[in-house]
Design a protein. Structure first.
Length: 130
């Protein structure tokens, strides 16, 4: 395990699975609890309404959505590629299909390319044992 700087506060901490220092991790867990508690009563709330009611930063609410910690709400967030509003995952259906299509095209190109023969030779200096 190494050391890293916390992306939230900048403090040095021992790396962990949460990728946050212990203090910011506790704060994030408290924020998550606030958001989930609020959404139990107001399941149709918007991002802005959640922010104003709980005081939790927008980016933390979005991180909770992307990670799947807030499930079943009608909140949407932007696709990482094109910005289209989505409710689960990181990419919208269109961008996901686009990436899959690009991968298939790349696979087809590899199938049609002639196989290159790579020869490796080792050259060494001849030694005189006289």
């Amino acid at each position: 395990m190494g050391l890293d700087n916390c992306p939230e506060c900048g403090k040095l901490y021992v790396e962990n699975a949460a990728r946050l220092c212990p203090e910011c991790y506790r704060r994030q867990e408290d924020d998550a609890e606030k958001v989930m508690e609020y959404l139990r009563d107001a399941s149709k709330a918007t991002l802005e309404e959640i922010h104003h009611a709980t005081g939790v930063k927008h980016k933390i609410i979005l991180r909770l959505l992307r990670s799947g910690r807030i499930v079943g709400s009608s909140l949407s967030y932007p696709c990482d590629s094109c910005g289209t509003p989505i409710v689960e995952g990181r990419l919208c259906d269109k961008c996901s299909r686009n990436i899959l299509d690009q991968m298939r095209i790349e696979d087809r190109h590899k199938e049609h390319e002639p196989e290159r023969k790579t020869r490796s030779r080792m050259y060494g200096k001849e030694l005189d044992n006289d």
